[in-house]
Design a binder for this molecule. Structure first.
Ligand code: UD1
Length: 433
């Protein structure tokens, strides 16, 4: 069990380089199956989800290793086209291997993916998209079997711009004969990053960032090097941390445009935001005002992944902020935990009303999911006294060296590992990376 021990009340000051994007890395790791030679990825964050993807690649017979922020994959020795449940359940993104395996082997066997519990997370759109390309898929008791089939191009119409379904369709379409159009595609920056990576690998693909992606061919290159873009949600999280605690931080190596909706609300709440090329400076006196209505939506709308961390930043803002969660049905799991700190939040269906309080006080919390856990840590930084967040590894799935990064900015927190050994409770401070 990981425990985040936080002594709140410190302002954040200083500079910090934003990690590479988790949600861009994972589909690109899956895409590396399409390359016959070595794929070198740069700026890959060191995360549990990245480890899980590397384990899947190794299980499939690939060479895959991470050295610092670089990952090297060689898929020439691929010997398997199915992934056992124990690997699939480690993260949601394992489902993206379906499209990549179909492209590489024409068949695939896997089970329903794991990941954060944010309500129902079906994969019907993924399956329908792949079937349009000729995949022969059978689903029974959580097991998915794609029998050998020749893929062909086609027009996929997504009824909702699902990020994962768009990624799976893009990957499978690379091996399809003829042209594929994905209409109603997700427009997230991670889709653009995947397009860029596939192009580098030899795909003829255009349209990412619009609602129609076109894939018309693939001439694999044997050695490629791809740089992972910055993580817009990690950047948004640090910006929200500073907004909530007060202080002045500069985020380096980021793309402010990609989380401009979050910066917009922080500015509405009273923060000064200065963007300059790949830098964002956030300046907050810690006395925020409520921002009215915030509704999550597919990109370029307000990201659902930033909803919990913006909520944390606004817990002490004067007035009422109202969140509407439109992407996932159960994404307020952080709320009962935040209430333990004294937060006033009322949830009714998709809506959460946050009434700012003048002070939060430390408490013992349990992380519920990745972004919810990050929100609890932020709220702990804003609270008086000590907050402990018990976490079964949710936050380290998505944030690289989160504690070290916050400490660099002046926060007082420590990530410890607590467990039972010979009946004794032991506590081991995590080595600072
Ligand atoms: C991705 C991101 C996640 C982010 C989400 C929305 C990764 C690893 N994860 O998740 O961090 O929160 O986009 O921006 O990149 N849906 C269906 N059927 C499907 C697929 C999705 O009904 O087959 C629904 C989901 O239940 C959900 C909505 O569509 O309500 C959004 O899902 P989707 O865009 O697919 O999100 P993910 O790809 O899972």
């Amino acid at each position: 069990m990981e425990v985040w021990r936080i002594r709140g009340g410190k302002r954040l000051e200083g500079e910090c380089t934003v990690q590479g994007s988790k949600n861009a890395s994972l589909p690109i790791l899956a895409a590396s199956l399409l390359c016959p030679g070595t794929v070198e990825l740069r700026r890959v964050p060191r995360l549990r989800d990245v480890d899980a993807a590397l384990q899947i690649l190794r299980h499939l017979g690939c060479r895959a290793e991470q050295r610092g922020d670089r990952v090297y994959i060689n898929a020439s020795g691929l010997s398997q086209c199915s992934i056992p449940h124990a690997l699939m359940e480690q993260m949601r993104s394992s489902v993206i291997f379906m499209g990549a395996l179909l492209a590489r082997c024409g068949e695939a066997g896997l089970s329903l993916p794991g990941g954060c519990q944010l309500g129902k997370r079906p994969i019907d759109l993924h399956l329908a998209a792949l079937r349009t390309l000729g995949a022969d898929i059978e689903e029974q008791d959580g097991e998915i079997r794609c029998r050998p089939a020749k893929l062909h191009g086609g027009t996929i119409q997504l009824p909702f711009p699902s990020v994962g379904a768009t990624e799976n369709a893009m990957l499978a379409a690379c091996a399809a004969r003829g042209e594929t159009l994905i209409r109603g595609a997700a427009r997230e920056p991670e889709i653009q990053a995947l397009q860029q990576a596939l192009r580098t690998m030899g795909a003829e693909i255009t349209g990412a960032g619009t609602d129609t992606v076109r894939i018309s061919g693939f001439h694999p290159k044997s050695h490629v090097c791809i740089r992972i873009p910055p993580d817009r949600i990690a950047a948004a999280t640090l910006a929200c941390a500073c907004a909530g605690t007060g202080g002045k931080i500069c985020l380096k190596g980021t793309d402010p445009q990609q989380f401009s909706t979050v910066l917009y609300f922080l500015n509405q709440a009273g923060c000064d935001i200065i963007t300059q090329n790949d830098r964002v400076t956030v300046c907050s006196d810690g006395k925020l005002r409520a921002v009215g209505q915030i509704a999550t939506a597919p990109y370029p709308g307000f990201p659902t992944d930033a909803q919990p961390v913006l909520m944390a930043a606004l817990l002490k803002a004067e007035g009422e902020s109202v969140f509407t969660e439109n992407i996932f049905e159960s994404r307020y799991r952080q709320v009962p935990q935040l209430r333990k700190l004294g937060a006033r939040i009322q949830v009714s269906g998709r809506e959460a009303r946050v009434q700012g309080v003048s002070q939060l006080h430390g408490a013992l919390l349990d992380a519920t999911d990745l972004r919810g856990g990050a929100a609890m840590i932020l709220a702990g930084l804003m609270a008086e006294g000590e907050t402990r967040v018990r976490d079964e590894g949710h936050v380290t799935r998505g944030y690289e060296n989160f504690d070290g990064c916050l400490r660099t900015l002046g926060a007082d927190l420590l990530l410890t590992h607590e467990g039972e050994k010979h009946g004794l409770s032991v506590q081991i401070s995590q080595a600072i990376r």
